[in-house]
Ligand binder design. Sequence first.
Ligand SMILES: *[C@@H]1O[C@H](CO)[C@@H](O)[C@H](O)[C@H]1NC(C)=O
Length: 180
Amino acid sequence: MAVFSRTASASLLFLFLLFGFSAAKELLVGGKIDAWKVPSSETDSLNQWAEKSRFKVDDHLVWKYDGGKDSVLQVNKEDYANCNSSNPIEQYNDGNTKVKPDRPGPFYFISGAKGHCEQGQKLIVVVMSPKKRSIGVSPAPSPAELEEGPAVAPTSSAPVLRTGLVTVLGLLAIYVGFLI
Ligand SMILES: *[C@@H]1O[C@H](CO)[C@@H](O)[C@H](O)[C@H]1NC(C)=O
């Protein structure tokens, strides 16, 4: 039995590392509906939210706002700094904007509503390189540690989804464990 649980633990760890961190997520910009607005204070700013969040290639960023009054412009770094909305890379005003960053690195967004960018309605999202995706994750525990109970800290902003995924992977790992 000990051999079995060791194998299962190792399989679980392997599968978790393989799939667990690469699951695409939808991230609501600002963490709540109607967060795409002029921030009321520095601590309420969108970039404060962005610094606390982790973004991966293939995650979807989602903006929810009143499309009649506001828009989302993806711009280059210079236009971000100057709040220049005259030549956006992309622009969206559908009120339910989804953007899928397709490469690692910084993405710059400003509001298209007049004067809003100047008042702080702007956002930098830094998408992590897939090779660096384990940053912030503690080193893999040894099989002995795992047998005492896996302590896999949820790092996702969608814990329910992540828990479900872990459960599925766990069952899969046990199944694979039987085969090995
Ligand atoms: C905004 O960008 C355009 C195109 O790059 C440029 O012609 C214009 O001068 C810029 N406006 C400001 C206010 O910087």
